[in-house]
Design a protein around this ligand. Structure first.
Ligand SMILES: NC(=O)C1=CN([C@@H]2O[C@H](COP(=O)(O)OP(=O)(O)OC[C@H]3O[C@@H](n4cnc5c(N)ncnc54)[C@H](OP(=O)(O)O)[C@@H]3O)[C@@H](O)[C@H]2O)C=CC1
Ligand SMILES: CCc1nc(N)nc(N)c1C#CCc1cc(OC)cc(-c2ccc3c(c2)OCO3)c1
Length: 204
């Protein structure tokens, strides 16, 4: 299965969190995240989401485990175990990927794997050659008089003019193809002071 990082980040500094939570509540963005991480082409398959322990802790209980997806939580103090049919604990990304490839212990085979945060996980895995795609929701603040409190940032090389870490932004039609026709990819979505766009990045 392909492995994609999926993240919503405030330009230009790529802020992604504040005091352990999301810095914003973007209704349509949450639906996009749910749809794109849940949707499978083959209904005998299921997708997996991999997240750091702090992100797991920060998701409100009523929303976790994220439904219709295998939830893998990473912690260095976890034993590697299957908690229930949809929750797996792992103490490294390698163990997590091995558990997901172990067909006989999973009811359905995995179609896509999404790395869903947070900062520590993103900033480690952006350098991992196993990551195939970046799905970045580029968020901008349209109200110059309103500062957005942020304390957590991505360290992604992709916007550096010279090297951009070998990543290149795909066209909107390539993103639409990745998402499939059931997911509408709107441009310049406005919610409150925020304007945001969904983007797909591939390796050169
Ligand atoms: N804007 C967005 O799209 C998103 C933003 N966020 C934000 O990110 C922030 C959380 O990020 P952050 O605090 O960095 O925490 P993370 O969610 O990245 O979790 C960090 C924890 O994951 C475990 N971990 C990290 N690397 C490894 C590894 N290689 N192997 C095993 N376990 C590992 C450790 O757990 P342990 O300490 O137990 O060993 C570590 O403390 C929050 O503000 C959240 O809202 C999160 C998701 C999406
Ligand atoms: C949903 C935000 C998001 N967008 C994108 N583009 N990529 C991501 N990786 C994420 C994420 C995430 C993890 C997360 C963190 C969180 O608080 C820190 C809450 C949720 C969350 C997950 C499901 C929800 C929901 C919130 O509200 C309604 O349903 C989900």
């Amino acid at each position: 299965p392909t492995i994609s990082i999926i993240v919503a980040a405030l330009k230009p500094n790529l802020g992604i969190g504040y005091q352990g939570k999301l810095p914003w509540r973007l209704r349509k963005e949450i639906k996009y995240f749910k749809d794109i991480t849940t949707q499978v082409k083959n209904h005998d398959h299921i997708n997996a989401v991999i997240m750091g322990r702090r992100t797991w802790d920060s998701i409100p209980n009523k929303f976790k485990p994220l439904p219709n997806r295998i939830n893998v939580v990473l912690s260095r103090s976890f034993k590697n175990e299957i908690i229930d049919s949809n929750v797996i604990h792992a103490n490294s990304i390698d163990v997590a990927l091995n558990q997901l490839s172990n067909k006989d212990q999973l009811k359905k085979s995995i179609e896509r794997i999404f790395i869903i945060g947070g900062a520590e996980i993103y900033n480690e895995l952006i350098h991992d050659s196993r990551i195939d795609h970046l799905l970045i929701t580029e968020v901008e603040n349209s109200n110059k008089d309103h500062q957005v409190p942020i304390d957590t940032f991505l360290n992604f090389p992709i916007y550096d003019s010279n090297n951009n870490g070998g990543w290149i932004k795909s066209s909107k039609s390539e993103l639409q193809e990745f998402a499939g026709d059931d997911i509408s990819i709107e441009d310049d979505i406005k919610e409150g002071d925020f304007v945001y766009n969904y983007t797909l990045w591939k390796r050169k």
